[in-house]
Design a protein around this ligand. Structure first.
Ligand code: C2E
Ligand code: CA
Ligand code: CA
Length: 721
């Protein structure tokens, strides 16, 4: 059995009170006894001290009385009458004897109770004293005698001796004292009894008050315990811990309240952490998956799964640091969340974003938007299209600190699969396909994409192996001659990498370069190409050629700082002048991060490298970009050149405009992909400076350049040497 604190406290209180009361009674009892004894002693002392006086006074009175009664009888010697009076004293306990004598000393009457020898001695002494005095006082042992001669008109008539017994009187005192004592002890017991009753009543009263007080005190404790239990068992989550007295219990309740608040806050935080991504405050992967799972239980419903990944996020992270990367992720999350509050012309689209969208971040730069469509009267495909367009426009409008784009893949439930895993995987595959097709775009999943993805994985693995091989024998460079259009003279070559895999055969750079860029292999590959080019250029140098080579530098590589140092070191060790090494960077580099690109371009040019802008016209940059960066020239993308003669007037006009522009900026322009004489003639007529294309030559090996272009290349010798 558990004894509660109330009972324990009460027992301790009761025990203490009992002990105090017991001691009190004991002390009071001893004090009372002591007091009675002292009173008794005092009385005894007083009585004993004064007993002689009492006896004498008494005897005196008796003497006086007798004098009045018997003096006449004595005169007449009437012994009978005298005896009559004297015998009256027989009952007087203090009087032992009375002797009456006549004037001659003869005994007239006598009353004696004991008649012992002391009495006789008293008489003898009295006779002697009375012979001299009229009265006398004699004491022998406990007997006291008063003797007095009586006179009538000065005539002696006789004497009286009264013997009083002090002993008897002492016994009287003893009896009185006994009575006093018994009365006192009765009184004392009565006092004790009253005392005990008073103490008992006070104790009961005290216990009652203490009980009431304790109950009052314990009541908040009980309430507190209840509140704590409620909180602990979660039966009542609103356990108030309030309305407590302003005392220690109140303080305790307050502490518990604070603790409860903290625990609740922690719990909420834990729940939040379990469901939310701390960086963006969007839902996390866990929540997304469980929510998605709950959605795909109902096949009458349609769900759009949009998988989004930022393009080139890795470069931003690598170049500007993770803090900047995190800020960008937060910015993107903020803009995605703003899709909910934007104004839309189409109410269905508005409803999609406001009510049916679940936003989550899977990690890194990957986001997933789930849109649940219930009876919207519009197909999932066309709605998905509009949604993806809205997301794309977030990146087009340059709202973000960095010029990034995003690639998106969409999968649809129930058309593309029934499980969350399958739908996410397919959206991911579609997203990869969008990236492979040039980034900044979206794709709906289709079955061919799966095989494309599998192919990409294979290529990636093969590429990793090929790059690890000693001397990288699977790679070699080819060179496409570049011409001065008006004079048809060779002015340089563009280097292009070739990969011939022992089993897979030729793999196009158009396929593996983007994979190398995505998988972080491009830097390594770039260095391989530079080394290969150096070997070829060294060979040409042996013939005294000064053939300029254009080298393609990937955007990813450009944004890395150490590429300049690497190039300088390579060219120095191969003893190649830097102005023979042209660097082609794509326009997308400027779109991704203009500032960074500008710094890098400046650094390259300051080190005597020539920098050309490749694929111009495809990177969504405006022409005004030419005013912002200092470059040596630009290359019109093949798509514009191939439009010449095909009736695509707008593209042809772009070619015209670009040629005009380069003249204004005083930079060179190269037309790529010249395949027909018509194109060449047109370009010549527009005063385009340089050109390359299958019409002149396909890219060929260094040996072919050496053998077939000997004459033309040799002419470059004089310029360079
Ligand atoms: P790009 O820099 O625009 O290179 C020109 C591409 O156009 C080359 O394709 C070339 O073979 C092709 N070409 C040249 N003239 C004609 C023509 O008249 N008609 C047609 N239809 N095509 C023509 P290639 O070699 O397949 O390279 C594709 C892309 O791969 C290149 O485009 C470049 O972006 C990249 N690439 C190739 N080699 C390298 C390299 O060594 N490093 C880097 N970073 N990228 C490279
Ligand atoms: Ca190029
Ligand atoms: Ca190009």
């Amino acid at each position: 059995m558990r004894i509660n604190i109330f009972t324990k406290l009460l027992s301790i209180l009761f025990l203490s009170i009992s002990m105090v009361v017991g001691m009190f009674i004991f002390v009071a009892h001893s004090l009372n006894n002591d007091f009675i004894n002292r009173v008794y002693d005092e009385v005894e002392f007083v009585l004993t001290e004064n007993s002689t006086d009492f006896l004498l006074t008494h005897a005196d009175k008796n003497m006086e009385y007798l004098q009045g009664e018997i003096v006449n009888y004595m005169y007449f010697s009437d012994a009978d009458r005298i005896l009559g009076e004297v015998t009256k004293f027989i009952s007087d306990s203090s009087t032992d004897a009375i002797y009456v004598r006549d004037a001659n000393g003869d005994l007239l009457a006598k009353m004696s109770k004991y008649e012992d020898k002391n009495e006789l001695r008293i008489f003898e002494e009295a006779d002697e004293l009375l012979a001299i005095h009229n009265d006398a006082y004699i004491q022998i042992d406990k007997k006291i005698a008063l003797a007095q001669r009586f006179f009538i008109y000065d005539e002696p008539v006789g004497s009286v001796i009264i013997v009083s017994n002090q002993e008897y009187y002492a016994s009287e005192i003893g009896t009185s004292l006994e009575i006093i004592q018994s009365l006192s002890s009765m009184q004392r017991d009565k006092h004790l009894y009253q005392f005990a009753v008073v103490i008992l009543l006070s104790t009961v009263l005290f216990l009652f008050c203490a009980g009431a007080l304790l109950t009052r005190l314990l009541d908040p404790i009980r309430r507190l315990r209840q509140d704590i239990n409620n909180f602990g068992e979660k039966t009542d989550n609103s356990a108030p811990f309030e309305d407590y007295p302003n005392d220690e219990i109140g303080d305790l309740a307050h502490s518990f309240k604070m603790m409860r608040d903290k625990v609740s806050k922690r719990e909420n935080e834990i729940v939040r952490l379990a469901q939310f991504d701390p960086l963006t405050n969007l839902y996390n992967r866990n929540f997304l998956i469980s929510h998605f799972e709950s959605l795909v239980t109902d096949t009458d419903r349609q769900v759009i799964c949009l998988y989004m990944d930022l393009d080139n996020f890795k470069e931003i992270n690598d170049t500007f640091g993770h803090d900047e990367g995190d800020l960008l992720i937060q910015e993107v999350a903020g803009h995605l969340a703003m899709l909910r509050t934007k104004e839309y012309d189409d109410p269905t689209l508005a409803k999609c974003f406001k009510e049916c969208m679940t936003l989550s971040r899977l990690g890194g730069d990957e986001f997933v938007l789930l849109i649940q469509i219930d009876d919207m009267g519009i197909g999932a495909y066309s709605l998905g299209f509009q949604i993806a367009q809205q997301v794309t426009s977030l990146f087009r409008n340059k709202l973000l600190s960095y010029n990034v784009t995003s690639s998106m893949g969409l999968s649809l439930f129930p058309m593309d699969g029934n499980s969350v895993d399958e739908l996410l995987k397919k959206a991911d595959i579609a997203m990869y396909s969008a990236k492979a097709k040039g980034k900044g775009r979206f794709e709906f999943f289709n079955e061919e994409m799966s095989s494309a993805l599998a192919r990409e994985k294979t290529v990636e693995q093969l590429l990793i192996k090929a790059l690890e091989e000693e001397g990288t024998p699977q790679f070699h460079m080819v060179y496409q001659p570049q011409y001065h259009l008006r004079s048809d003279k060779l002015v340089g070559v563009e280097s292009l990498v070739r990969w011939v895999h022992p089993q897979q055969g030729f793999i196009s750079p158009a396929e593996f370069i983007p994979i190398a860029e995505r998988k972080g292999l491009i830097e390594k590959l770039g260095k391989v190409t530079v080394r290969l080019i150096m070997q070829d250029m060294k060979q040409w140098r042996q013939f005294g050629w000064a053939l300029p080579v254009s080298w393609n530098l990937s955007t990813v590589e450009l944004l890395k700082t150490d590429i300049v140092d690497f190039l300088i070191e390579q060219l120095n060790s191969a003893d190649i002048p830097r102005d023979l090494f042209n660097i082609e960077i794509t326009e997308t580099a400027l779109v991704t991060d203009l500032e960074r690109a500008k710094t890098q371009i400046d650094m390259l040019r300051n080190n005597q490298f020539k920098v050309w802008l490749d694929d111009f016209g495809t990177g969504y940059s405006s022409l005004s970009i030419l005013g912002e960066v200092e470059i040596d020239g630009l290359k019109i993308d093949r798509s514009f050149v191939s439009a010449i003669g095909e009736g695509e007037t707008s593209k042809t006009l772009v070619v015209d405009a670009l040629v005009q522009l380069t003249n204004t900026f005083d930079i060179y322009i190269v037309a790529e992909g010249i395949e027909t004489q018509y194109q060449l003639d047109y370009l010549k007529a527009t005063r385009c400076h340089f050109g390359q294309g299958y019409l002149y030559s396909k890219p060929v090996t260094a040996d072919i350049i050496l053998n077939q272009y000997t004459d033309q290349a040799a002419k470059l010798k004089s310029r360079a040497c």
